[in-house]
Design a protein. Sequence first.
Length: 140
Amino acid sequence: MELEIFCQLLLATFLGAIIGLEREVKRKEAGLQTYSLVALGTCLFTIVSFSLAKLLINFDPSPILIAIGVGMGFIGAGTIFRGEGKIEGLTTAAGLWVTAAIGLAIGTQFYFLAITATLLVLLIFVGLGFLEGKIFKKRT
């Protein structure tokens, strides 16, 4: 049991770091540490909530899972900036939000889902980011 939990926490941290590494390469404010911590923290909250549900009679883990969403909303809102006719940080907020979902998936033992979602996030950040820059020539 302890080994599985250790591996879950390690996997969450690793997948978060992979996403964060892409953000570091693009010199975004949220990077390796932030994405790793979001995935790790969400995984940890998920493991604890479901473990408590197994130990305690009539314990519902859903309020803890809802709190994860609320917490991510708070963190995401802190990454969004308005100024001079443009809004920045929406992609970072969305990336952190989906990274939390990846941590939750790992905490509930949906490993294939978490790995697939990580690959899709990277495809979006790298592939669609490239297309967006080349085809739509974002205004700066």
